[in-house]
Design a protein around this ligand. Structure first.
Ligand code: LLP
Length: 423
C-alpha cells in the first residue's frame, strides 16, 4: 500500500505482541532514551500530510490550495523540517512559531500568521519575513497592521478572521466560533472594514479566515459558517476574495466516535470553495499530528484507594495536560503483551494535584511497577503544551524514521529548568 492511502496505525503490535512504532519496539526506545518519552512516527506525519494533499488534489483541483500545518499542535523543529520538505505550508500564532518555521527551513511564503493578540513586534516580524498573509482579528489590530506596514514601507496582505457566531458543537475550550468567542471580528465589524479600505492604505484585503473550533466531526458546520459569511464576499476589491482560509479543526477518532475523514470533509466543502473561486487555505493540526505520536511512561507504583486501583506513572500533567484540562480521553496500552487478568485502573502522575491524571477507569492487564505504558494519540497538543510545573524537566522527543530513531529533543536537565533564573 502506498503512504498516500494508508498513513495511520503508526503504533501497532508486532508478531511477538510488543507495541511498536513502525517496526521499532517501544520497549527498546524507552530503554535507549528513558521515560517519559514522546515518540513520533515520521511515516505517519508524512502519510497523513500526503493523504490530505491527495484529497485536496481530488476535491480542490485548479484552486491551488495551501495546506498550512498548524504549528501549535506539534512544533518540534525536526517535525517542521520534515513537513517543510514535503512542501507543506504553516499556520503560526506567535513570533516564536514563525521563527520555528524559519529555523526548520519552512517556506515563509506559504506561512500564515494568525492569533487573537499580536504585538507590533510580531506584526513587523511577519511583514519582514514576507509571510503569505496575516489574519487580522480586530479593528484595532487592522489599524496597528496598517501602521506597521507603513513603517516597514510594505503593503500588508491581510485576511479578516470573522466569527460566524454558530454553535461548533465541541468542548467549550475548543470552540472558537460561538457568538461570545474572543476570536475574530463580528460580521458587522468586518463589513465596516471592507467597506472603507481607504482607512487602511497600507493593507491589501486578500481574504477571509474562519476557524470554527477543534475536534469538529460534522462538515455541516462549515456549510453553516459559509452561509453566514457569504454577504462579505462581494465587498472585496474585484468582487471576491483571493483567499479563503477554512481553518483547522478536523477531528480524529476517539473511542467509538469516528474521525472526520478529510476526503468526506472536502467532498462537502469543496463545491462551496469552488463557487467562491478563492485560493483555499487549510490549517489542520491535530488530524496530522495526534495519531502520529505517543507518550511512553513507566509505572512507578500501584496501590488501592477506596476500592479503586491507582497506577502511579512517571509522566504527569506537565507532560500531557489534555486529560486534566479538557477531560480528554487517550487510549492507554501496556507496551508488552502479558498474561494477567484485566483490571480497571486510574493512571495518575506524580504532580501534586488531584487533576493530575492521564486516564481514568482504563482496563489494562493488572499493571505492575516497571511496566511500560503507551499513551496514544498524543502527538498533538502533547509536548507542545508541556511545562516544567513541579520543576519537572520536560520529556525527550524521539522520531522513528526509516527503521531507525532520531532524537529530536534531548531530555531537559535541572539546569534547563532553572535557566534564566537569577538568585
Ligand atoms: N487554526 C487556528 C486558527 C487554530 O486556532 C487552531 C487550533 C488550528 C488551526 C488547528 O486546529 P486542529 O486542526 O489542531 O484542531 N489544545 C487543544 C486544542 C486547541 C486548538 C487551538 N487552535 C487540545 O489539546 O485539544
Amino acid at each position: 500500500m502506498s503512504e498516500d492511502r494508508a498513513p495511520s496505525a503508526a503504533f501497532v503490535r508486532n508478531a511477538a505482541g510488543s507495541l511498536a512504532c513502525e517496526s521499532t519496539e517501544l520497549r527498546a526506545l524507552a530503554e535507549r532514551h528513558g521515560t517519559p518519552l514522546y515518540v513520533y512516527s515520521a511515516a505517519s506525519f508524512r502519510g497523513r500530510y500526503r493523504r490530505l494533499g491527495a484529497a485536496c488534489r481530488e476535491h480542490l483541483a485548479g484552486l491551488d490550495p495551501i495546506v498550512a500545518y498548524s504549528v501549535k499542535a506539534c512544533s518540534s523543529l525536526g517535525i517542521l523540517k520534515r513537513l517543510a520538505a514535503e512542501g507543506c505550508g504553516f499556520d503560526v500564532v506567535s513570533g516564536g512559531e514563525l521563527l520555528r518555521v524559519a529555523r526548520a527551513g519552512g517556506d515563509l511564503g506559504k506561512t500564515i500568521l494568525a492569533g487573537v493578540g499580536k504585538t507590533d513586534a510580531e506584526l513587523e516580524l511577519a511583514l519582514e519575513a514576507g509571510v503569505f498573509q496575516i489574519n487580522v482579528e480586530s479593528a484595532g489590530e487592522l489599524a496597528r497592521l496598517d501602521a506597521a506596514a507603513k513603517r516597514r514601507r510594505v503593503r500588508a496582505r491581510a485576511a479578516l478572521r470573522v466569527n460566524p457566531a454558530i454553535d461548533p458543537k465541541t468542548h467549550p475550550h475548543l470552540a472558537t466560533s460561538a457568538p461570545t468567542s474572543k476570536f475574530g471580528l463580528e460580521l458587522d465589524d468586518a463589513r465596516g472594514a471592507l467597506a472603507a479600505p481607504e482607512r487602511f492604505p497600507n493593507v491589501e484585503f486578500v481574504g477571509l479566515h474562519l476557524h470554527l473550533g477543534s475536534m469538529l466531526r460534522d462538515a455541516h458546520l462549515w456549510e453553516e459558517a459559509f452561509e453566514r459569511i457569504a454577504p462579505l464576499l462581494a465587498l472585496f476589491p474585484g468582487g471576491s476574495p483571493k483567499t479563503l482560509d477554512v481553518g483547522g479543526g478536523i477531528a480524529i477518532g476517539v473511542g467509538s466516535e469516528p474521525e472526520l475523514a478529510p476526503e468526506k470533509w472536502l467532498t462537502r466543502i469543496g463545491p462551496l470553495l469552488r463557487r467562491v473561486g478563492a485560493r483555499p487555505i487549510l490549517e489542520p493540526g491535530r488530524w496530522i499530528a495526534a495519531p502520529s505520536g505517543a507518550l511512553l511512561t513507566r509505572v512507578l507504583d500501584v496501590k488501592n484507594a477506596g476500592g479503586r486501583r491507582i497506577v502511579v506513572v512517571d509522566a504527569a500533567m506537565n507532560d500531557l495536560i489534555r486529560p486534566a484540562l479538557y477531560g480528554a480521553v487517550h487510549p492507554i496500552e501496556l507496551a508488552a503483551r502479558v498474561e494477567r487478568a484485566p483490571r480497571a485502573v486510574d493512571v495518575v502522575g506524580p504532580v501534586c494535584e488531584s487533576g493530575d491524571f492521564l486516564g481514568k477507569n482504563i482496563t489494562l492487564p493488572d499493571p505492575q511497577p516497571g511496566d511500560l505504558l503507551a499513551i496514544l494519540d498524543a502527538g498533538a497538543y502533547g509536548f507542545s503544551m508541556a511545562s516544567t510545573y513541579n520543576s519537572r524537566p520536560r520529556a525527550a522527543e524521539v522520531l522513528v524514521e526509516k527503521g531507525g530513531d532520531v532524537l529530536l529533543r534531548r531530555r531537559e536537565t535541572f539546569d534547563d529548568v532553572v535557566r534564566g533564573e537569577l538568585l
